[in-house]
Design a protein around this ligand. Structure first.
Ligand SMILES: [Zn+2]
Ligand SMILES: [Zn+2]
Length: 131
């Protein structure tokens, strides 16, 4: 698939900052590379990338703004309650859980759509320093 330079840069930004930024955060980062870009252009390109299934939208529970995910493969999420960054967890993390579930209930898991909430390493380390 061929993308415009702007879309390419937006996609690269999402992959470089895997904390699932909002459109505004993507805009702030892309602007350092392409100063002439507008927030509207960023929104439009993010929308197109979602439509083309290159990236995904992610709405954090309890947060109103939409975040963007540079990955479109199956994975689940860790949400930090302090900085609101979103981190990815691979499907393999749940393989033991899947096996236990199938063993106990006979249910065969095909897909995970899991959001775990907590405090990320960065925020935990910051807390320690402040104490
Ligand atoms: Zn955090
Ligand atoms: Zn993700």
């Amino acid at each position: 698939m061929r993308f415009s330079r702007q879309r390419q840069q937006i996609l690269r930004t999402l992959q470089e900052f895997p904390e699932h930024p909002t459109a505004e955060q993507v805009f702030e980062k892309v602007r350092t590379q392409i100063p002439s870009i507008s927030l509207g252009t960023v929104y439009r390109n993010l929308g197109m990338l979602v439509e083309q299934n290159v990236i995904r939208k992610f709405v954090s529970p309890g947060e109103s703004s939409v975040r963007y995910d540079g990955r479109n493969d199956e994975h689940s999420h860790l949400v930090c309650e302090v900085c609101h960054k979103v981190f990815d967890i691979d499907v393999s993390t749940f393989s033991q859980l899947d096996e236990a579930l199938e063993h106990d209930t006979g249910f065969s898991v095909k897909e995970h759509d899991i959001v775990l909430r907590g405090i990320c390493r960065e925020c935990r380390e910051e807390k320690k320093i402040n104490r």
